[in-house]
Design a protein around this ligand. Structure first.
Ligand SMILES: *[C@@H]1O[C@H](CO)[C@@H](O)[C@H](O)[C@H]1NC(C)=O
Ligand SMILES: *[C@@H]1O[C@H](CO)[C@@H](O)[C@H](O)[C@H]1NC(C)=O
Length: 276
């Protein structure tokens, strides 16, 4: 393919265009007056090409700036000022890693979060997140990636929730939605609105994003089962996890201590820049 014949064939169009250009400037049989104009024409053409190239460059550069660099530069202040700590405020002191072995969720590997709906199953779930709404001091609120609201009646404190508790709440709502015969009775207005299809849909998508965000790369393995003579996948393996118990203890210590009146507007001079 890279033979000289093919090479010359590849270059043919280029050559012919040069030839056209040469022909244009071929002055062997033109009048003397045209010969005099020749350098000027060449300068004008070169100038036009330069202007065109500069213009194209500006258009392309502007487009690149708008789509890529403007965002990049705009995001700079947040990443420069807060770096990784921005994403672990305000619970950074409670952040530790722990090795957990997952339960299979089948048979004897079932957990207290499974099974027929009952008061004890409900309680187990509630214990995972019911303290999730928190109050954090202004110094911590200032380290967060987003602005949140000050708490009326609790000066210097701001309201927040660690997303893990929100995701657990969402999973519990989906679980309850699967047993309408049990949870459909005597629902409060709040409970009814949590069971609405749009909230369930929000919850499913929130859990999807959370799973993708944490992207657990622990490995599922295949295990030989003697009784069925087949290799079956098993998830009862070790995972390196953020220590949930520690985060739960930390959250309980920061559980909001006053009723949050969401209808009270609080003046606030804490301002974290917002990037759309
Ligand atoms: C719902 O309320 C009715 C009447 O107050 C009561 O008899 C029934 O046991 C309640 N059902 C549940 C599941 O709590
Ligand atoms: C949180 O911050 C990010 C980055 O500034 C911004 O894009 C997003 O809209 C903010 N969300 C809220 C609810 O303020």
């Amino acid at each position: 393919m890279l033979s000289s014949t093919n090479d010359s064939a590849d270059y043919e169009p280029l050559k012919s265009s040069y030839t056209d250009l040469d022909a244009e400037y071929d002055t062997s049989d033109v009048a003397p007056s045209q010969t005099i104009k020749r350098p000027l024409r060449r300068i004008v053409i070169i100038l036009a090409i330069v202007v065109q190239v500069v213009f194209d460059f500006l258009v392309i550069a502007n487009a690149i700036y708008d789509t890529v660099f403007a965002r990049l530069f705009a995001l700079r202040p947040i990443f420069d000022e807060y770096s990784a700590s921005a994403f672990i405020a305000p619970a950074q002191d409670a952040l530790e890693y722990q090795t957990y072995k997952f339960d299979s969720g089948f048979g004897t590997g079932s957990t207290i979060y499974q099974g027929e709906p009952s008061d004890s199953v409900d309680q187990a779930w509630e214990d995972l997140y019911s303290f999730g709404i928190l109050e954090v001091p202004r110094s911590q609120a200032a380290l967060m990636v987003n602005n949140t609201r000050p708490i009326p009646g609790k000066e210097g404190y701001y309201i927040t929730e660690l997303d893990v508790f929100h995701e657990l709440h969402c999973l519990n709502v989906i679980r309850q939605k699967l047993s309408p015969e049990y949870y459909g009775q005597n629902m409060t207005r709040l409970h009814k609105s949590l069971m609405r299809p749009d909230h369930i849909s929000h919850c499913i998508d929130s859990i999807r994003q959370s799973l993708m965000c944490s992207s657990d790369i622990s490995t599922i393995v295949w295990v030989w089962e003697e009784d069925t003579h087949t290799a079956k996948p098993s998830g009862t393996v070790l995972h390196s996890c953020r220590d949930f118990d520690k985060l739960r203890d930390w959250a309980k210590e920061h559980h909001i201590s006053v009723h949050f009146d969401d209808s009270v507007y609080m003046e606030d001079d804490l301002s974290i820049p917002v990037i759309p």
